[in-house]
Design a binder for this molecule. Structure first.
Ligand SMILES: Nc1ncnc2c1ncn2[C@@H]1O[C@H](COP(=O)(O)OP(=O)(O)OP(=O)(O)O)[C@@H](O)[C@H]1O
Length: 226
């Protein structure tokens, strides 16, 4: 497991006809391997944009994002995508599940994209994860699952290959209090059990309270609170 290190990172978006609009600056930040991090800030502060940069989904305007010795910020788009598939698991507020696929195939989808097949061991692990997360068995069609159950499917997909970096963007925002509590616990427990670094952008005070390192974005600055 590796530390995550940000140096002089800035994230900007095109703002024609003017210069690019800088939405976030992060001077120096080192997160040790296995860190449990809550990322907070008002709506529009740049939390999603930062997670996307950390996942290699979007390039940064300046600076370096190092995972171990590798600077993700200097990789081209294809290399960032490759890095992302090897190192990250992503959980989103709106789950990003594919309606036409079964629950199990949704969990296995990234494997299929990578390998064009789904090895038996990963199918078995996917089933075991879904059972462990309390999904009804036999698995019903995706269409009948509740929002909390859908988020558990998305979480199983994110952790299937035990990525060392788990990134979650408001994973409890569309859930009722009970489902939110359950997803928060699963997320934290999964990361702790595998030793993964977990970074969660959230407005949910219960979830944030479970994450010992707290980051906040305020007026385009990323600052560490604890
Ligand atoms: N592709 C884009 N092009 C231009 N501006 C963008 C783009 N994506 C995001 N932004 C802007 O960047 C700022 C930060 O957006 P971001 O979604 O990262 O905020 P956030 O903190 O995640 O907000 P929320 O809590 O509402 O999800 C916003 O002003 C947004 O409009």
């Amino acid at each position: 497991m590796l530390p995550l290190q940000l140096d002089g990172v800035s994230i900007a978006f095109p703002n024609p006809p003017g210069p690019p609009r800088i939405i976030l600056r992060a001077t120096d930040l080192v997160l040790p391997a296995g860190a449990m991090v809550g990322l907070e800030g008002p709506s529009g502060a740049g939390k999603t944009s930062l997670l996307h940069a950390l996942a290699g989904l979007e390039p940064v305007a300046a600076g370096s994002i190092r995972w171990g010795g590798e600077n993700i910020a200097e990789l081209d788009g294809a290399a960032r995508a490759h890095w992302r598939r090897r190192h990250t698991g992503l959980v989103f507020q709106d789950f990003h599940l594919i309606e036409g696929l079964s629950v199990l195939d949704n969990v296995l989808l990234p494997v299929w994209f990578d390998m064009f097949r789904t090895p038996r061991a990963l199918r078995d692990r996917a089933k075991a994860l879904l059972v462990g997360m309390g999904l009804p068995m036999p698995l019903p069609p995706l269409a009948v699952l509740s929002r909390g159950e859908r988020q558990r499917v998305a979480l199983a997909r994110a952790v299937l290959r035990q990525p060392p970096l788990l990134l979650a963007d408001e994973p409890t925002a569309s859930l009722d209090a009970e489902a939110a509590g359950r997803i928060g616990s699963l997320l934290v427990d999964m990361a702790a059990n595998s030793g993964a670094t977990l970074i969660v952008a959230s407005h949910d005070p219960h979830l944030l309270a479970r994450l010992p390192i707290r980051l906040r974005i305020a007026e385009t600055r990323l600052e560490r609170l604890a």
